[in-house]
Design a protein around this ligand. Structure first.
Ligand code: GLN
Length: 491
C-alpha cells in the first residue's frame, strides 16, 4: 500500500481527482502522522483535527456532486501561525496573542479554502517572525527532522519541519528576510518567496510591512508552484498588492523539469560565491552550479557590491517598521492583558502587558527600531538604510542586464545545534546574509535542495527580477531534476 503522506501534492491532487483516494482519507493519514511524530518534531502550535476533517468532507461531497474542483482540492496544508485563520487560534508564536481567535481569514487563507485545500493546523515560528531558528517561539522550539538536536531554521521552522517530516505535503510561510528560504534550505525542502506584492499581506500579523511576503513551502518545485498560483494575484485589500496576474509559475516548473536550460544565463554573485559560507556549503553550491551548466545554462559572473550592506540595512529597516506595527499590542485590543486589577492605570496595564507578553528578541527589535526612528537619529540610521536599499535595487537591476537569474547559497551554514546561537544575536542574524538582498529589492527568490554537507541539507538560492517568478521556478525545477532527491532519516 502506498504511504499517502509520502506523496507529493501534485500526486495527491491527481489521485483525489481520479477518486482513488478521498480527501477524508488523505487528511486522516496526515493527522495520524502528526500524532505519531509531533512528540519529536513539534512543528505545530495548534492541530485543527475537526476543522480539517470537515473541510475534507466538504471537498469529497462537492466532488461526489460533480462540482469542478482545482488541482489541489482535498490536499492538506499546514499554515504558519502568523496568518489569521477565522475562529482558529493565531498567536504569531507570541504569548501576547495567546488565546486570540481572529474574526476573519487572511486573503491567502480564503483563496486556499476556495481551492479546496484542507488546513491541518498552525505551525510554530519565532515570535512575530523574528529569528532564524524557531527558538524564539514563546511555545518552545521545533526540531529539525534530519537531526532533532538541530534547529529547523526560522522564522518559519514549523512549516518547513512539517513538510520535511511528512506531516503535511504543503505549508505556508512568510519571508521578511529569509524566513521561507532559510528553513527550506536547512530541512531539505523547497521554499519560495514570491515577488513582494505578488501575494497578499491582508491578514498577516505584520512584522515589517515593506518586506513581509507570504509564500509556499513544499517538497517539490512543482508543488510550490501549484500553491503559489493559488495564493498569488491582486488583492484590493492590500494597498501594496500588484494589480497584475501571477506569471505562469506552474508551466515554468514543468518546463524546468524537462532538464533543458539552454539559453538561460545564470549570474553568479561574486560577493556571495562562498564568502562566509561553511566549506561544505560552498562545495555543494559549486556542484549545483556545475549541474545547471550541464543542463545548458550559461554562467556569467556579476558583482553586487552593495549586497554587503544588506544585513545592517535590514536590521534598521525591519526593527523600525516592527516598532510601529507592534504598537497595536496594548493589552486592550488583542490577547493578553496584565495588571488589570483596578489598581493600575491604563498606561501601567499596557506596560505590564508588553513586559510580560513579548520575548527578549521582540523587545530588542522594538527598542532598536524606536531608537532608529527617533528625532535626531532618523536620517543617520533609517534614512541611510533606505539609501542602501536603493543601491541594492540598482545592483540587482545591473546584474539582471547580464543574467536572467542570480544564484547563491541560501544560507551560509547547515542546521546548527539548538542553543548554539541564541546568546549572540549577531550570530543568529548571519543566517540571513544571502537571503536579505531579495527582500530589500522586492524580487522573488527560491531555495531548492542542493545536496548535503556532513549529512545535512544545503539549499541553492535562485533570485529573479520582480514579477519574473516563473524564471526561478524553471531553474529550480531543472536542478531538482538533475540531483538525487533528499530524504530525511526515519523519525
Ligand atoms: N531571520 C530574519 C529576522 O530575524 C528574517 C525573518 C523573516 O523573514 N521573517 O528578522
Amino acid at each position: 500500500m502506498t504511504d499517502v503522506t509520502k506523496l507529493t501534492a501534485a500526486e495527491l491532487g491527481r489521485k483525489l481527482a481520479a477518486k482513488e483516494l478521498s480527501a477524508v482519507e488523505v487528511a486522516t493519514a496526515h493527522l495520524d502522522r502528526i500524532d505519531a511524530v509531533e512528540g519529536k518534531v513539534h512543528a505545530f502550535l495548534h492541530v485543527d483535527r475537526d476543522g480539517a476533517l470537515k473541510a475534507a468532507k466538504d471537498v469529497d461531497d462537492a466532488r461526489a456532486k460533480g462540482e469542478t474542483t482545482g488541482p489541489l482540492a482535498g490536499v492538506p496544508i499546514a499554515v504558519k501561525d502568523v496568518i489569521t485563520t477565522k475562529g482558529v487560534p493565531t498567536t504569531a508564536g507570541s504569548k501576547i496573542l495567546e488565546g486570540w481567535r481572529p474574526p476573519y481569514d487572511a486573503t491567502i487563507m480564503t483563496r486556499m479554502r476556495e481551492a479546496g485545500l484542507v488546513m491541518l493546523g498552525k505551525t510554530n515560528m519565532d515570535e512575530f517572525a523574528m529569528g532564524s531558528s524557531t527558538e524564539y517561539s514563546a511555545y518552545g522550539p521545533t526540531y529539525n527532522p534530519w537531526d532533532t538536536t538541530r534547529i529547523p531554521g526560522g522564522s518559519g521552522g514549523g512549516s518547513a519541519a512539517a513538510v520535511a517530516a511528512y506531516e503535511a505535503p504543503l505549508a505556508i510561510g512568510t519571508d521578511t528576510g529569509g524566513s521561507i528560504r532559510q528553513p527550506a534550505a536547512v530541512t531539505g525542502t523547497v521554499g519560495a518567496k514570491p515577488t513582494y506584492g505578488g501575494t497578499s499581506r491582508y491578514g498577516l500579523v505584520a512584522f515589517s510591512s515593506s518586506l513581509d511576503t507570504p509564500g509556499p513551502c513544499a517538497r517539490t518545485v512543482e508543488d510550490a508552484a501549484l500553491l503559489h498560483a493559488i495564493i498569488g494575484g491582486h488583492d484590493p485589500r492590500d494597498s501594496t498588492s500588484i494589480p497584475q496576474p501571477v506569471p505562469d509559475v506552474v508551466a515554468a516548473a514543468r518546463l524546468g523539469a524537462t532538464g533543458d536550460l539552454s539559453g538561460v544565463r545564470l549570474g553568479l554573485v561574486k560577493e556571495f560565491a562562498g564568502d562566509g559560507a561553511e566549506p561544505g556549503v560552498a562545495a555543494a553550491y559549486r556542484e549545483s552550479v556545475d549541474a545547471l551548466v550541464k543542463l545548458g545554462a550559461e554562467v556569467v559572473e556579476v558583482s553586487c557590491p552593495s549586497f554587503k550592506f544588506a544585513l545592517p540595512a535590514y536590521y534598521l529597516i525591519a526593527p523600525s517598521e516592527c516598532s510601529s506595527n507592534l504598537a497595536r499590542f496594548d493589552g486592550v485590543r488583542f490577547g493578553l492583558r496584565s495588571g488589570d486589577d483596578g489598581k493600575h492605570s491604563l498606561e501601567e496595564v499596557m506596560q505590564l502587558t508588553r513586559e510580560e507578553g513579548f520575548g527578549a528578541e521582540v523587545k530588542r527589535r522594538i527598542i532598536l527600531g524606536t531608537y532608529a526612528l527617533s528625532a535626531g537619529y532618523y536620517d543617520a540610521y533609517y534614512g541611510q538604510a533606505q539609501k542602501v536599499r536603493t543601491l541594492i535595487s540598482r545592483d540587482f537591476a545591473q546584474a539582471f542586464e547580464k543574467a536572467d537569474v542570480l544564484v547563491a547559497p541560501t544560507t551560509p551554514f547547515v542546521a546548527f545545534p539548538l542553543g548554539s546561537r541564541t546568546s549572540d544575536p549577531y550570530q543568529m542574524y548571519l543566517a540571513d546574509l544571502y537571503t536579505i538582498p531579495s527582500n530589500l529589492y522586492g524580487g522573488p527568490a527560491i531555495s531548492v535542495p542542493a545536496g548535503l554537507s556532513e549529512g545535512l541539507p544545503v539549499g541553492l538560492q535562485i533570485m529573479a527580477p520582480t514579477m519574473a517568478d516563473d524564471r526561478m521556478y524553471r531553474v529550480a525545477a531543472a536542478l531538482e531534476s538533475a540531483l538525487p532527491p533528499l530524504t530525511p532519516p526515519a523519525l
